[in-house]
Write a protein that binds this ligand. Structure first.
Ligand code: UT7
Length: 325
């Protein structure tokens, strides 16, 4: 059997729980010392969605995957690989991917596993799935980013709790004769583990350490702007392309000021950058597939478009995928 030359995204889907929650409603509801003006000015965030306590990452992923499969014209049992990027899994084990596989009714014994690279998780997962599909070992992958990030927020820490939201996005990635994924990159530098972390664990039935997200916002901001520009150039160079050939840039959605600075560094007009952080907040590993799906369904991203996805997050991790849609 000869390995296929390429992998290509054949369908996208996403899901956001509940109604959008405005800054004012969040602040009033949780007694946060903040203001709509501060949040909009410093982050661009106006709304986010939050899952109720009985909803898990796999529940959000299920709907996103059903939508992606419908868009690709595929049935659950066509899928032989499920990779879920998540920082907020349903359980310590089994993996959210295994639970999702069961919820989708996939009964073909295909592979399913989680991947943890925090906000870079979806780009990492797409990179891994691309390698599996191009090797010929798997034909049809579901690549998912799913988060109930609100579970790890400290509602007394106004520097972080207003920034994040819950949601899921998914793509179907299939073997293809025509180019889809053109170039990928993945990086990590664990020496920066302290600037963004949930530095806790379960031990003997108790949380040991700190079970909430902690962040040095300014250090993260500077690091993100630097590596998002670098990794974009890296995959463009690998594909022998330049930024002006991009139809769409879809970076991780953390802060509109990071998106603006990245677009500026790449000399790209902001109109070519898909922005959803204003309505979703930062949904960690879900933010890129959520933004991609919204851009596809709204008619922005269409067949043949050149799209650059890029993420950065805790670890630190960062990565990119350049693709023909
Ligand atoms: O997915 C990757 C993870 N996250 C990111 O990429 C986030 C990267 N960082 C950021 O987006 C920004 O650094 C933040 C939005 C987190 C913070 O913005 P900033 O402009 O760096 O603000 P700051 O941390 O320097 O704080 C400025 C002031 C402080 O008050 P003082 O010390 O100047 O009196 C904060 O206490 O703003 C205060 N502040 C707030 N005020 C109202 C911090 N959070 C809030 C808040 N509401 N929610």
């Amino acid at each position: 059997m000869t390995a296929p030359t390429h992998s290509r995204i054949t369908g996208t889907g996403s899901f956001l729980p509940g109604e959008p929650i405005s800054n004012d409603a969040l602040i009033a509801g949780r007694g946060i010392e903040s203001s709509d003006a501060w949040i909009v000015d410093r982050t661009g965030i106006r709304f986010r969605h939050l899952a109720t306590d009985d909803v898990a990452a796999s529940d959000l992923a299920l709907v996103a995957c059903q939508r992606a499969l419908a868009a690709a014209g595929r049935q659950p049992n066509d899928v032989d690989l499920v990779i879920v990027a998540t920082t907020t899994p349903d359980f310590i084990f089994p993996s959210t991917a295994a639970l999702l596989q069961a919820k989708l009714g996939i009964g073909n014994g295909g592979a399913a596993f989680d991947l943890q690279a925090v906000c870079s998780g979806f780009v990492y997962a797409l990179n891994v799935a691309d390698k599996f599909v191009r090797s010929g070992s798997h034909k049809c992958a579901l690549v998912v980013g799913a988060e109930v990030f609100s579970r790890i927020l400290d509602w007394n820490d106004r520097g972080t709790c207003v920034l994040f939201g819950d949601g899921a996005g998914a793509v179907v990635l299939e073997a293809s004769d025509a180019p889809g994924i053109l170039a990928t990159a993945m990086h990590a530098d664990g020496s920066h583990h302290g600037i963004l972390a949930v530095p806790g664990q379960l031990c003997g039935g108790k949380a040991i350490g700190d079970p909430f997200l902690r962040m040095d916002g300014q250090a993260v901001f500077k690091f993100a702007v630097k590596v998002l520009a670098e990794v974009a150039r890296e995959v463009l160079d690998a594909a022998n392309m330049t930024a002006d050939q991009l139809d769409w840039l879809i970076p991780h959605q953390a802060n509109v000021r990071i998106l603006q600075a990245t677009a500026k560094k790449l000399h790209l007009p902001l109109e070519k950058c898909v922005v959803t952080v204003d309505r979703h907040g930062n949904t960690s590993s879900a933010s890129i597939p959520l933004a991609l799906d919204e851009a596809v369904r709204s008619g922005k991203v269409g067949a043949g478009d050149t799209v650059l996805l890029e993420g950065v997050g805790g670890g630190f991790t960062w990565g990119a995928a350049l693709l023909k849609f």
